[in-house]
Ligand binder design. Structure first.
Ligand code: NZQ
Ligand code: ZN
Length: 401
């Protein structure tokens, strides 16, 4: 087991009806005047915004609204939020929504104390050291931003999507009420499921061998996610299955699954190759849902890289899908590994995810634009499980059509 530093300080407040605790939780952090950030309107339609605001008022917490965060959030609204937060002198940023809303809230929170344009921090990509406190009331299990130390923002002008990190970006509290997720369209539920499985796989398929604690947590979580996802597809208001997905989404990305797998203690485990490849797609096509892009890219990446460490893929096949090679030949290994990747992809497709990038309305001609920004973001070679050259990346994109 490699050395690691694990810090997951977010207070998790998890249960039925707990959206109504938003005000009390925020007040307990000492906040009196907050910027409340939300998305394109789902929280208005579902009544979640009203409930969160009522609970703030009950506790005597003032709030200013900033709505309209789009999926794959963009830096312009972040800048607007920073100006508003400064003008109103807020003492906390509260996100009511999913990963996009939370990431917009995070960028506002660390943009306020920064003396310069916030995008400079995404260009620099050094760990963020100062931020206003962040609280979240989560409405979709997916990105894991409710407890992660990351923030991902797009810049449409530059066609870039960039992440920054830092432990100050981990929200102080995450209010997680699984009933809020009953209203999710199946497509978004499935995209969330794909994203959380991918967060686990990015760490599981890193450069080092077995780490039993991390690996058992990883494979156990994936099994629980798969079962709950199938259940929710049949019965969207199944509380226990929704609760399973919500909690799994947090554990998939709060770094628990990577403990002991990282090659440097202060670094997140894994090479994050599928995320690197997908982020270029949603940077250029903001209408592409992150998880839907991953549903195509993750299996394509797996098919390309497994020969670098087949033993890792054999463990995955056994511990996630119960697949064992029928004899001890290379051909049996190939068959078992291929079948496990097929089963994973089939799960995504059965939940409503695309199988090819063409299913997302993308064209092979788009690849060169992604390659340009991939090069800017990742350089000539990136990744860890099998370091990928730009030609490898191009081949993976091509195989995704
Ligand atoms: O905008 P509204 O109207 O609220 O609708 C949203 C949005 O259209 C809708 N939705 C959310 N909760 C709902 C609901 N609809 C009905 N009922 C509800 N309860 O779902 C859509 C997707 O929301 P979004 O916040 O975009 O989803 P997600 O949580 O998947 O976040 C995706 C973003 O997170 C980034 C992605 O790149 C992407 O920009 N990521 C952030 C990470 C992090 N900070 O740690 C890690 C991830 O790997 C990821 O890159
Ligand atoms: Zn992700």
């Amino acid at each position: 087991m490699n050395d690691f530093i694990f810090q997951s300080p977010t207070r998790i407040v998890f249960g039925r009806g707990y959206v109504d605790k938003t005000g009390a939780e925020v007040a307990a952090l000492g906040a009196r005047n907050v910027l409340l950030v939300y998305g394109g309107g789902s929280v208005k339609r579902t009544g979640v915004l009203d409930r969160a605001e009522r609970s703030l008022s009950t506790e005597g917490v003032d709030y200013t609204e900033l709505g309209g965060v789009r999926p794959n959030p963009e830096v312009r609204l972040v800048r607007e939020g920073i100006d508003l937060a400064r003008k109103k002198n807020v003492d906390l940023i509260l996100a009511v929504g999913g990963g996009s809303v939370i990431d917009c809230a995070k960028a506002i929170a660390f943009g306020v104390p920064y003396d310069g344009d916030v995008w400079e921090l995404f260009e620099r990509r050094t760990p963020i050291k100062a931020s206003l406190p962040i609280a979240t009331t989560l409405t979709i299990p997916a990105a894991g931003s409710e407890a992660s130390g990351s923030c991902v923002i797009s810049n449409d002008k530059l066609r870039l999507k960039r992440g920054v990190s830092g432990d100050v970006l981990r929200p102080s509290v995450a209010i997680m009420d699984p009933e809020l997720t009953f209203t999710l369209p199946q497509y978004q539920t499935a995209a969330g499921v794909t994203d959380m499985i991918c967060h686990i796989c990015e760490r599981y398929f890193s450069g080092i061998g077995a780490v039993p604690v991390a690996d058992n947590i990883a494979c156990g979580l994936i099994r629980a996610i798969m079962e709950a996802a199938r259940q929710v597809a049949k019965k969207p208001d199944d509380y226990d299955a929704r609760a399973t997905l919500m909690w799994a989404g947090t554990l998939a990305h709060n770094d628990l699954c990577g403990c002991g797998r990282s090659t440097a203690a202060e670094r997140r485990a894994g090479g994050w190759e599928s995320h690197a490849l997908e982020h270029e797609i949603s940077a250029h096509h903001s209408e592409v849902t992150h998880g839907a892009g991953l549903a195509v890219i993750l299996p394509a990446w797996m098919r390309y890289v497994w020969p670098a460490h087949p033993e890792r893929f054999l463990s995955f096949a056994k511990d996630v899908f119960g697949l064992m090679p029928k004899d001890d030949t290379h051909d049996a290994d190939v068959e078992t590994i291929t079948r496990s990747i097929d089963e994973l992809q089939q799960l995504f497709v059965s939940l409503g995810m695309p199988k090819t990038l063409g299913d997302l309305g993308l064209m092979p001609d788009d690849i060169e634009a992604w390659m340009g920004t991939l090069h800017q973001n990742r350089g000539e070679v990136f990744g860890e499980f099998k370091p990928l050259t730009l030609n490898d990346a191009r081949a993976i994109y091509q195989s995704s059509f």
